[in-house]
Design a binder for this molecule. Structure first.
Ligand code: PLP
Ligand code: CA
Length: 306
């Protein structure tokens, strides 16, 4: 059916789609691995795509690892992947501050050690990483000592998130010229057996609520994530495929940037979710309808082996 979306990708359609692209962007969690386990067949898919001359990139909203840490994780799972192919939000956030904002000054960081490392790698100093415990009396909290060199507040995943960090971010953000950047808005991090824990979106919304300001986010579905890859590797959007497990981040990113989109059902979103968006008739929701879907990316293996 010409023009139809949300089509199951199988048979000759797989080869047809692969022939129509030069680059493939893979989301990580829920697509090539779940937690610490590779999705069965995923390393072979990635490695064969490369052997077939495709350029492969990894785009993850998870800000808790540096590019190097991701490359090491992938090698240990059997993926042929280099640091330069990994675009995590810790790295992309640092690049955004450096190249788009041209930040001159420090960052007040609500985030991980990995974010600190990626910021430092582009020459940006930070303050804030690690625990920030309550001190003094409530009346003094609005007067906590601030670092005058801080010119941006950055929020990523932070296991040490606390009331005092929220307060400190608010105090910096009352300075209107202070930039406000978030890594991503994923509200929940899915775990096995339908369990979940709060994601970075929860922390970011808390800071936005306190500061009464809205952050700019760099992670999916923000175009910046694709721009970051495209500006370094000259990717042509119309000949690029985005593979993801989330409709509101991965598939939306692909639609926003004019990429072909493939939903895999090994992660968060279901086929029913996609069909609901499609049937809604709502224009904004059509960006969350993928062009194609597969049960698992392993479904494309036979086309690569043949
Ligand atoms: N953010 C954090 C902190 C995570 O742990 C995860 C998944 O593990 C994500 C975001 C989502 O990552 P991805 O974009 O690879 O699905
Ligand atoms: Ca995912």
């Amino acid at each position: 059916m010409v023009g139809s979306k949300c089509v199951r990708l199988n048979g000759p359609l797989i080869k047809q789609l692969l022939d129509s692209v030069d680059s493939v962007l893979f989301d990580c969690d829920g697509v090539i691995w779940r937690g610490d386990q590779a999705i069965p067949g995923a390393p072979q898919v990635i490695n064969l795509l490369k052997e077939n001359g495709k350029r492969v990139f990894f785009v993850t909203n998870n800000s808790t690892k540096t590019r190097k840490m991701y490359a090491d994780k992938m090698s240990s799972m059997g993926f042929d992947a280099s640091e330069q192919e990994v675009f995590g939000t810790a790295y992309c956030c640092a690049m955004y501050l450096k190249t788009v904002c041209k930040l001159e000054g420090k960052v007040y960081l609500i985030g991980s050690n990995a974010m600190k490392q990626e910021l430092e790698a582009v020459g940006i100093q930070q303050t804030g990483v690690g625990p920030d415990l309550i001190t003094g009396k409530q009346n003094d909290w609005a007067n906590v000592p601030l670092d005058p060199e801080v010119k941006a507040v950055v929020v990523g995943f932070d296991e040490h998130f606390s009331y005092m960090k929220l307060n400190r971010a608010l105090q910096y953000l009352t300075q209107q010229e202070c930039l406000f950047v978030g890594t991503n808005r994923d509200t929940r991090l899915p775990l096995e057996e339908g369990k979940a824990v709060p994601g970075t979106g929860c922390l970011l919304q808390a800071v936005e609520t306190a500061a009464q300001r809205r952050a700019h986010t760099v992670g999916k579905p923000s175009n910046y994530m694709f721009h970051c890859v495209a500006s370094q590797f000259g990717v042509e959007p119309g000949r690029c495929l985005m593979v993801g497990d989330r409709l509101d981040t991965d598939i939306m990113l692909g639609s926003n940037c004019g990429l072909k989109t493939l939903l895999t059902l090994t992660g968060v979103s279901t086929l029913a979710d996609a069909e609901e968006h499609q049937k809604s008739g709502c224009t904004e929701r059509q960006g969350m309808v993928p062009d194609y879907y597969v049960e698992s990316i392993a479904d494309i293996l036979p086309a690569l082996q043949g």
